[in-house]
Design a protein around this ligand. Structure first.
Ligand code: ADP
Length: 473
């Protein structure tokens, strides 16, 4: 494998100056009430990029108060869907104008490859905004005929109110818009708690949202830790709904906090890294993967030739290395990688384990790093059964030339999305979310707007109302 970790990033791209590091509440950048800050770290070097204001309960209180006021009295939920659409389109344009800078910001904060941020993370965020901007003026209720024939009725779809969005570090920009864009289209006001490892792009988006004309208080961003800012948001009585993406363990805490307060909706999601390979092609694939791993370029995420950057933060880096040790100890064979790279930063070799058994930790738990586990199977039925014998079910992929196998597997695997002869293909129009412990609720797709809306029934008699007769006589 080629290692380029100590490349000179400045040679590849302009490293952005950090412009926004305070909380964004009610349209202003402000310090935290306690004055506390936390460091956000560049995973390429382990060095501090910026000190960011650390939100806690008092700051969440202020942000919720601002959002509550914006929702209860402000223009955003009251303006026409068409007006919200125009403002959201303007925000999408502003992001496009600042694409290079936002991509670089995401790269230094999350260690994502710069070339991918420019063609995937930031453009997909723009797509999400434009998609849901288009939905903002197409929110309809239905007309009801009613069983008893005396009345007619219709439903109105109204925004749920103040929403708390809790976001993980793996896709800071895409997750930000996967959650905020449908909620904005619906007319909600919101508080975003970005992951403590990757708060910078969210603050930049808050700034651009104000430039685009999103009214103060509608979109607040409160960076901080999960146990402080995140927990305060989940248990706040004035938050009507929580939308959460992160680990299952945290998802449980979020649901518990929601149940103990005013019953909001939770949503959790996870991804897996188990690869089942049919016995006839197993050896050949192992050979090919071994060659690929040896040519895989790990390096500075600004380096255009890099195929893999650093892990996003130290905790994740250590977690990945610990899982690799579990794999070795439990008897899996290391085909490639298995070690950290370089003296500084959080780089890990692309790692492939073969002869992995279903009950090993690397096969059962989510690693969220460059670690692949290969498992051999004989029949399709066996592969389906083993693929389903996990507590998770966010996504699955099938590689086959057989239409029958593709149809059978895609209908049998219990996962929220199944990719056939492709992988990780996401689109704003395609709902995304997990089965089983990978959560409930869906992001993306038109149905995602629905979760930020609630239904009101309006009923009136078709013929002379007995009430009117009563009043007029
Ligand atoms: P990951 O494995 O993606 O780091 P986490 O579930 O730890 O997953 O984090 C996802 C998001 O949840 C982050 O923004 C984090 O700060 C937040 N979070 C962590 N703990 C809590 C909590 N107790 N309550 C609310 N949010 C939390």
């Amino acid at each position: 494998m080629e290692e380029h970790c100590n490349g000179n990033s400045e040679a590849y791209a302009k490293i952005p100056k950090i412009k926004f590091s305070k909380l964004f509440i009610n349209g202003e950048f402000v310090d935290s009430v306690s004055g506390k800050k936390f460091e956000t770290i560049d995973p390429r070097s382990g060095e501090v990029i910026a000190e960011v204001a650390a939100g806690d309960k008092e700051d969440v209180d202020l942000a919720v108060k601002a959002a509550r006021f914006a929702f209860d009295h402000g223009p955003w939920p009251r303006m026409s869907g068409g007006e919200r659409r125009k403002i959201m389109m303007k925000l999408a344009n502003l992001i496009e104008e600042n694409l290079e800078e936002l991509a670089a910001l995401e790269t230094i904060d999350a260690g994502k490859l710069f070339k991918w941020c420019k063609i995937i993370d930031i453009p997909n965020s723009i797509d999400l905004l434009q998609y849901y901007a288009g939905a903002a003026d197409k929110i309809h209720g239905s007309t009801l005929k009613m069983c008893n024939g005396q009345y007619q009725s219709y439903t109105l779809r109204e925004p749920v109110g103040v929403v708390g969005h809790i976001i993980p570090w793996n896709f800071p920009s895409i997750m930000f818009f996967m959650k905020t864009a449908p909620a904005l289209a619906a007319g909600c006001a919101m508080i975003v708690k970005p992951a403590e490892q990757t708060p910078l792009s969210a603050l930049y988006y808050a700034y651009l949202a104000k430039q685009a004309g999103i009214p103060d208080g509608v979109l607040n961003v409160v960076p901080g830790y999960g146990a402080t800012a995140g927990a305060a948001l989940c248990s706040h009585m004035n938050v009507d709904m929580i939308s959460f993406t992160g680990s299952t363990e945290t998802g449980r805490k979020v649901l518990r906090a929601a149940a103990d307060s005013n019953l909001k909706i939770g949503e959790i999601c996870m991804a897996g890294s188990r690869v089942f390979v049919q016995e006839g092609i197993y050896d050949k694939l192992v050979e090919k993967l071994s060659v690929m791993a040896n040519h895989w370029v790990v390096g500075d995420p600004f380096d255009p030739s890099a195929q893999q950057g650093p892990q996003a933060h130290k905790g994740q880096y250590e977690k990945v290395l610990t899982y690799i040790e579990h794999g070795k100890r439990e008897g899996a064979t290391l085909l490639a990688g298995g070690k950290p790279i370089g003296e500084k930063g959080y780089y890990v070799q692309p790692t492939i384990f073969i002869d992995v058994k279903d009950d090993m930790r690397i096969a059962k738990e989510e690693i969220f790093g460059p670690v692949m586990s290969l498992m051999k199977f004989k029949t399709i039925e066996e592969a389906i059964e083993r693929a389903n014998s996990t507590q998770y079910g966010l996504a699955a992929g099938i590689v086959t030339n057989s239409l029958n196998i593709a149809n059978t597997v895609s209908r049998s695997v219990r996962a929220g999305i199944v990719w056939i002869n492709c992988y990780f293909t996401l689109d704003p129009d395609c709902p995304y979310g997990g089965y089983k412990m990978s959560g409930y609720g869906r992001d993306q797709g038109l149905e995602a707007v629905d979760k930020y809306l609630q239904t009101k029934s309006v009923v009136t008699p078709v013929y002379n109302s007995p009430w009117l007769i009563l009043i007029s006589s």
